[in-house]
Design a protein around this ligand. Structure first.
Ligand SMILES: Nc1ncnc2c1ncn2[C@@H]1O[C@H](COP(=O)(O)OP(=O)(O)OP(=O)(O)O)[C@@H](O)[C@H]1O
Length: 257
């Protein structure tokens, strides 16, 4: 379970920036929550705080009951820029295996996890290839496999599909839901795409413009079995996306105090 309470982040300096003002939300065990907000609202700042890479100016973050200070052990991340998150000089196998070596798992267990994870993302057989020999969508699958192989309790995804084409994006969205349902992992998925947030999430948390607070939150009461054609054509989907869209527009118009 991820708990963010009264999180505040001010970047000091000549031009002091209050990026996050007062952010509180939770992601329950095994839940999939999407976070949307206008550009520049501090999504990256929030993620870096959760990942223990940036020290908050106030408030608390805890993961599985432990306060976050430094990179938490049960956390894996998938970034937008797969091209920069995979090592080009390492094979697909070595990229996926690397965090497992850092976890000091024995060789046979590492091999099992790599194989299972690559199979789960539909990339069995690509182990000897280098990332640059694969398409963008395949590279992002490798990045997802690397996160999954790590067996995290919580997965943070930072606009992971922003750089792939629409068809690949739809496939990857379905992959994330399938993996989430199968693995029971807690997922915080950050996106600026309102339709994606409603399609993927059990809940959608909307952020205001910077200095950021939680503007609104909705439960996505769509059936758990979702598919690109029927879910997106469901009138309830349209209602929910309209609500989120209106809130984001309000957030963009609001003048920060
Ligand atoms: N290292 C830094 N020093 C000073 N200000 C910063 C720093 N990093 C971010 N900021 C400021 O904090 C605010 C939030 O930035 P952040 O990158 O977290 O937003 P974001 O929501 O991820 O943006 P985008 O959606 O455009 O990627 C911005 O006003 C930005 O200028």
């Amino acid at each position: 379970m991820l708990e963010v309470q009264g999180l505040r982040k001010v970047y000091p300096g000549r031009r002091e920036v209050e990026a996050l003002r007062d952010l509180s939300f939770t992601v329950g065990n095994g839940e999939l929550v999407c976070l949307v907000g206008p550009s520049g609202c501090g999504k990256t700042t929030l993620l870096r705080c959760i990942a223990g890479l940036l020290e908050p100016s106030g408030g608390t973050i805890s993961l599985d009951g432990r306060a976050v200070s430094g990179p938490p052990p049960g956390l894996a991340m998938v970034f937008q820029e797969y091209g920069r998150s995979l090592f080009p000089w390492m094979s697909v196998r070595d990229n996926v295996e690397l965090p497992l070596k850092q976890k000091k798992l024995p060789r046979t267990r590492r091999a099992e996890l790599v194989e299972e994870a690559l199979t789960a993302v539909g990339l069995a057989g690509t182990e000897p290839a280098y990332p640059w020999q694969l398409s963008g969508g395949m590279q992002q699958r490798v990045a997802i496999a690397r996160a999954v192989a790590y067996e995290p309790s919580t997965l943070l995804m930072d606009e992971p599909f922003a750089a792939v084409d629409a068809q690949t994006r739809a496939d990857l969205e379905d992959l994330v839901r399938a993996l989430w349902q199968r693995l029971g992992v807690t997922v915080l998925f950050i996106t600026h795409d309102i339709d994606e947030a409603v399609y993927l999430g059990q809940r959608v948390v909307m952020l205001s413009s910077s200095p950021t607070v939680v503007q609104d939150e909705i439960t996505v009461d769509l059936p758990a079995e979702r598919d690109q054609l029927h879910t997106r054509a469901d009138p309830r989907f349209t209602e929910l996306r309209t609500h989120v869209y209106e809130q984001i527009q309000r957030a963009k118009r609001a003048q920060p105090a």
